[in-house]
Design a protein around this ligand. Structure first.
Ligand SMILES: [Zn+2]
Length: 172
């Protein structure tokens, strides 16, 4: 992946890159410090404005799904999250907790065995309901909900919450 062209910040095991235009959404130092206590191995987080989503498109999602098919993706210990008016500073913090849960699975053999043995539903990349039904997604949502209050954000800022925001064309 291309190197960070924005601001970088390192707190414990987390290295954060905030690309141009994404600064209003980026986590506070306090939020980052709390996130850094939740992980033990190095994690890189990149916050990208959604207008640049094409530069970071994940191979697992068909282009036909459209730019609002996903909020973020995680590969091994690398998180890329996209922001625009459909996200708030709080919802991005919640989303990063969700993605950190995926990195925890990726770095833990027992969790990997538990979750990756379960096949993804066929509509996983494009259907919100099928996406949320995969056990690893439930684990990541529960993890984010349980940690949200410590970061000063609400629980429940999940894919369904976001989809309602995407449907509000006045935000776009
Ligand atoms: Zn997820």
């Amino acid at each position: 992946m291309a190197t960070c062209t924005g601001d970088t910040k390192t707190l414990g095991p987390i290295t954060l890159c905030t690309e141009a235009g994404a600064r209003p959404w980026t986590p506070t130092v306090r939020q980052l410090r709390l996130m850094s206590r939740l992980v033990t191995s190095p994690v890189s987080i990149r916050i990208v404005h959604r207008r640049d989503v094409g530069r970071f498109w994940p191979a697992s999602v068909p282009v036909s799904a459209g730019p609002y098919a996903f909020r973020a993706f995680t590969r091994r210990n690398r998180i890329v999250a996209f922001v625009d008016a459909t996200e708030t500073q709080a919802s991005l913090a919640w989303l990063l907790l969700h993605e950190l849960a995926h990195t925890l699975v990726n770095s833990d053999t027992a969790l990997l065995r538990r979750f990756r043995s379960q096949p993804k539903p066929p509509g996983y990349p494009v259907s919100d309901d099928q996406h949320a039904a995969w056990p690893e997604e439930k684990f990541a949502n529960d993890f984010a909900d349980r940690c949200a209050a410590s970061l000063g954000v609400s629980a429940g800022l999940d894919r369904h919450w976001w989809r309602a925001r995407v449907a509000r064309r006045d935000l776009l």
